[in-house]
Design a protein around this ligand. Structure first.
Ligand SMILES: Nc1nc2c(ncn2[C@@H]2O[C@H](COP(=O)(O)OP(=O)(O)OP(=O)(O)O)[C@@H](O)[C@H]2O)c(=O)[nH]1
Length: 439
């Protein structure tokens, strides 16, 4: 097994450059470079580092961690050098000169941790997420995923207990019907938890990709003014000339720690003869398909008929899970609005003065929370869905033996979540290639 090394800290120059070395050569490398025989495990110590010509490379701090209680499970050494490009290049060259020591590939440290049973696949995926997290929500979701593996182990244990009880019922059951009901109740509890986890996973996926919020409405209703209020910036041009926004304009805001792409679309007129305007309208409609939240802006000057056809665009184009809010803008004019449909959330604003915009922001926060709920435990929804189907079948069936067989299949799925199951090298390549070098 070769020993690997990498610069594990960020871009240079920086205050400190951290090199991580993992593998059987870690201690010999540390001894040779420092010209020191004795290294107390886990003790960070000051040392000079020398190249093979006995010339000094740098003054540094270094530490040795003996395996298997390390991140990779192998002997590991870490070097904290001055963070200049020249120092890092020289040090990397010196490390490469050792026999059986080479530069690590992307994610290779984590890959070794996985192969040495230090991390479950779910934890690896969580770590991948954590490294790439940009918002608070993404960071928390990543930890949820790392913890998810642990929760799966607990669920597995519970299911095994139920299975054991069922075997007893099959062999020695006296009040079979009653005992079966009890087992079904226990399975239902687990099933509910799994279904909550599936929703949480879907939400975390949404949070990870970011949400699309689309402002939609007739020209001059105040879409650009509302976008500017939500973005706290003059992103879009606001003017009294209808049709000012001719193409979709996207800006990014964070709502509840979720990155949201806020899109201002061209004002919708259903009888436009202007080719550019028609194209703008076509693009605006297309935006509805990918929207997670659609904010329909209506003002008192909107005709009832126009408003109805805007709402029917939304119903026709939106996907089943997207949410809709109607914003009655220009409340300052004190004029009546077209009728709004029942059951849809309505917020009133006076967008040129920011009046009502806090309320709109609060409504958006609630929707974002609903679409991306906070989750303590996250696990891959695909396997959870299969597991949930099996458990649903087991709850519905009246025969203890058939119930057992569904629970056993569910246990297999949970096993894949906890132990990684049959994971091909291709799958691993795909996961670890997303990691940075040095992780
Ligand atoms: N009185 C009043 N005027 C508003 C309000 N919101 C926006 N306006 C004005 O309405 C006009 C149109 O506003 P925009 O925000 O450009 O409207 P839009 O829907 O983006 O317009 P298009 O680009 O044509 O689609 C501008 O003159 C704004 O100053 C409001 O709440 N009250």
């Amino acid at each position: 097994m070769s020993t690997i090394f990498a610069l594990s800290s960020g871009t240079l120059p920086s205050a400190i450059a951290i090199f991580r070395v993992s593998g059987p050569q870690s201690l010999p490398v540390l001894r040779q470079l420092s010209r020191r025989k004795v290294w107390t495990p886990k003790m960070m110590e000051y040392t000079r580092l020398y190249d093979s010509q006995h010339k000094i490379i740098d003054e540094a701090m270094a530490v040795y961690f003996p395996g298997p209680k390390t991140f990779t499970g192998e002997d590991t050494a870490e070097f904290f050098l001055h963070g200049s490009q020249a120092v890092a290049t020289k040090f990397a060259t010196c490390l490469s000169e050792f026999e059986n020591v080479r530069e690590a590939r992307r994610g290779e440290f984590t890959r070794r941790a996985f192969h040495n049973g230090k991390m479950s696949l779910s934890a690896v995926r969580g770590l991948d997420r954590l490294i790439r997290s940009r918002t608070e929500k993404e960071r928390r979701a990543a930890f949820g995923q790392m913890r998810g593996g642990v929760r799966a182990i607990e669920i597995r244990k519970k299911l095994k207990e139920i299975l054991a009880k069922l075997f007893v019922i099959i062999d020695f059951g006296e009040h079979v019907e009653l005992e079966l009901k009890e087992a079904q109740r226990d399975v239902s509890e687990i099933l509910h938890e799994i279904q909550r986890m599936i929703r949480a996973w879907d939400g975390a996926e949404r949070a990870h990709r970011g949400l699309n919020i689309v402002l939609y409405g007739r020209p001059n209703s105040g879409k650009s003014s509302i976008l500017n209020q939500l973005a706290h910036d003059d992103v879009a041009i606001v003017s009294p000339i209808p049709g000012t926004t001719r193409d979709s304009l996207v800006t990014e805001v964070q709502i509840n720690g979720v990155r949201c792409r806020l899109t201002d679309t061209a004002g919708i007129r259903h009888h436009s003869s202007d080719i550019i305007e028609q194209e703008g309208i076509r693009r605006a409609k297309a935006r509805l398909e990918a929207a997670d939240i659609i904010v329909v802006v209506v003002d008192p000057e909107s005709e009832n008929q126009d408003f109805k056809s805007i709402l029917s665009d939304v119903t026709e184009m939106k996907n089943a899970e997207s949410k809709v809010i109607i914003v009655k803008n220009k409340t300052d004019l004190g004029l009546p609005y077209p009728d709004t449909p029942r059951g849809v959330q309505v917020v009133s604003t006076f967008a040129t003065s920011s009046h009502g915009c806090d309320e709109l922001r609060k409504s958006l926060e609630d929707i974002v929370e609903d679409l991306c709920p906070e989750a303590n435990f996250l696990l891959d929804a695909q396997l959870l869905r299969r597991c949930s189907n099996e458990l649903t079948c087991s709850v519905l069936c009246q025969d203890a033996a058939i119930m057992c067989s569904h629970i056993e299949t569910a246990l297999d799925q949970i096993g894949e979540l906890t132990e990684g199951g049959i994971v091909t090298e291709n799958v691993l390549d795909d996961i670890f290639s997303r990691f940075c070098i040095g992780k």
